[in-house]
Design a protein around this ligand. Structure first.
Ligand code: HEC
Length: 214
């Protein structure tokens, strides 16, 4: 099934270079550079059955719920888990410093300072969002459980997820810019927006993210 349907876009090798990919923005995922085996079944099931939009990703990833049976989706997930179990190896994922300026936030955001203090309580709320509760996907899948930009999905993204442990990179970015990206995502990249977070929660997530810099 993977060869018949997926290879149009993800390519026969899964590298995201299939014949149907010209002009797709963002480009299809490069499965061999992701640790698919570390992702929950529910997530993989939703992205295949309901399509990319259901997990906050590109609507160019179609939904297969009308094409494949539930059993076929379960089978394709099982085979992808075995085939794509390599840890993320990537581009500049995890590098410090990472030189990249993401889409700029509107001017009125860039100058904003985080209105919350890094109290133990606020950091705990942020930690919980980052590791446990963010939907459609927890931050650590991409940014890593230590914030080093080496989560199981990291290898599939160009540009790579930001390495939050790198003070040199993080110190150069304003609170307002980072807050805007958490709310809206970074257009054309793997970073989706998190509209389900309240403003307060987005600031608390940012406090936690900043606490990881060394
Ligand atoms: C599916 C993968 C993925 C998930 C999940 C994800 N991110 Fe990201 N994130 C990225 C990528 C890729 C970038 C780099 C975007 C760029 O360079 O424009 C990024 C960039 C960012 C940035 C901007 C850094 C900068 O340099 O401007 C922030 C802040 C951020 N992410 C926070 C979060 C938070 C908080 C969460 C969870 C609530 C999260 N991310 C979840 C992939 C992800």
């Amino acid at each position: 099934m993977y060869q018949e349907y997926r290879s149009q876009c993800h390519g026969f090798s899964g590298e995201g270079d299939g014949p149907g990919t010209a002009g797709l923005d963002p480009a299809p995922a490069a499965h061999p550079r992701m640790a698919i085996d570390q992702l929950p079944d529910g997530y993989l099931y939703n992205v295949i059955y309901f399509g990319g939009k259901s997990v906050g990703k590109s609507g160019l990833m179609p939904d297969w719920g009308m094409t494949l049976t539930v059993q076929q989706i379960a089978d394709v997930i099982a085979s992808m888990r075995v085939r794509f179990d390599t840890p993320a190896v990537a581009t500049t994922a995890g590098h410090c410093p990472q030189r990249r300026a993401p889409s700029a936030a509107p001017a009125e955001f860039v100058s904003r300072k985080n209105p919350f203090e890094p109290t133990a309580e606020n950091l705990e709320v942020g930690r919980n969002i980052y590791h446990e509760t963010a939907v459609p996907m927890v931050c650590q899948f991409c940014h890593g459980s230590k914030g080093d930009g080496l989560g199981p999905l990291a290898g599939g993204f160009i540009p790579p997820p930001r390495n939050f442990t790198c003070a040199e990179t993080m110190d150069a970015l304003s609170d307002g810019q980072l807050f805007w990206i958490i709310q809206n995502g970074s257009p054309g990249t793997g970073m989706m927006g998190f509209p389900g977070l309240t403003e307060e929660q987005a600031w608390q997530a940012l406090l936690y993210v900043r606490s990881l810099a060394r």
